[in-house]
Design a protein around this ligand. Structure first.
Ligand SMILES: [Zn+2]
Length: 60
């Protein structure tokens, strides 16, 4: 599996800062600048199963 295609599920620890997008195709986004947070639940009406990294933040 390509690392870029990894899907993270709600409640999992955020492995790196950046912008994540759900995999339902409706462009629901979640951005965090703090590594170690946990992924939030998917939004109401979202039919996706998890979050994928869209844009990685630059490491500090
Ligand atoms: Zn969604």
């Amino acid at each position: 599996m390509n690392a870029d295609d990894q899907v993270y599920h709600p409640g999992e620890v955020v492995p790196q800062s950046g912008i994540y997008q759900c995999d339902c195709g409706q462009s629901h986004e979640y951005s965090t600048d703090v590594k170690g947070h946990r992924f939030p639940p998917l939004q109401n009406g979202c039919s996706g199963s998890g979050w994928k990294l869209k844009t990685a933040a630059h490491p500090s």
